[in-house]
Design a protein around this ligand. Structure first.
Ligand code: SF4
Ligand code: SF4
Length: 147
């Protein structure tokens, strides 16, 4: 099965065909803004639909869902990018730069390390301390987090 077929065989994936490349998703995307549009969800969808290619930029999505809320054709942009990530992992494995984030999830339940040091810093800034997310930790412990 090629990439287009794999995407279109998924119920959310079928919405890839709704996109008419207006660019509203990219216009509201925070990742596009902070990467000077190196990250561009419209182009990612276009590339997947017309060229059948996946590249590492799909990992710059923060899953905020702004694109999906704004899309005039109800294309499930954020869900499509999550689907592309699943296909990516199946084909190529977890990219190296994601591994430290999974290790952090296993250590504290967050993608960024939160421990005594971080909580002391938070205290100095008048912020409440953050407890480890035990549920996420246990999931990573049981599944290995795909590593
Ligand atoms: S907002 Fe919707 S229709 Fe417009 S480019 Fe993005 S996905 Fe396509
Ligand atoms: S979900 Fe991803 S692609 Fe959509 S607006 Fe948020 S960061 Fe951008």
């Amino acid at each position: 099965m090629n990439l287009q077929e794999e995407i279109l065989s998924n119920i959310d994936g079928r919405t890839l065909n709704y996109c008419f490349s207006c660019g509203m998703c990219t216009g509201g995307c925070p990742s596009a803004r902070v990467t000077d549009s190196i990250y561009n969800p419209r182009k990612i969808l276009h590339r997947a639909a017309l060229e059948g290619r996946l590249e590492e930029d799909i990992w710059l999505c923060t899953n905020c869902y702004t694109c999906q809320e704004r899309c005039p054709t109800k294309t499930k942009v954020a869900d499509l990018i999550s689907l592309m990530r699943r296909i990516y992992v199946k084909e190529k494995g977890i990219p190296g730069f994601i591994k430290p984030l999974i290790e952090n999830l296993g250590a504290c339940g967050f993608t960024a390390r939160i421990g005594d040091l971080e909580n002391k810093r938070r205290e100095r800034m008048g912020l409440p301390s953050v407890k480890q997310n035990q549920e996420v930790r246990r999931i990573i412990e049981k599944t290995g987090g795909g590593l």
